[in-house]
Design a protein around this ligand. Sequence first.
Ligand code: FES
Length: 108
Amino acid sequence: MENTLRHIYIGNLSEMPKKLGKTATIGNKEIAVFTLENGEIRAIENRCPHKGGVLAEGIVSGDYVFCPMHDWKICLSDGNVQAPDKGCVQTYPVEVIEDQLFIILKDE
Ligand code: FES
């Protein structure tokens, strides 16, 4: 079976806060979108695998976000929790077309 890709517009790049998360709700998914210091965009599931902390409210440092609840460190590129903790979150590809920011989702 073929999966269709959907581009979901979530806002303009120029209006995204730097080094802070923005929450995008798409259907039943809540996605945390971050603009890194170098201007790159990352999108991950907005729920910490530990106890459900809201990652969009975490502190961003380089390519990582620190969960606001108990400080787990999560890589924004691959979603992996950094040792000594374990787990991972879903990551989502993003695309910027002119100033418009899209998250790319597979139809399930
Ligand atoms: S809920 Fe995220 S570190 Fe505990």
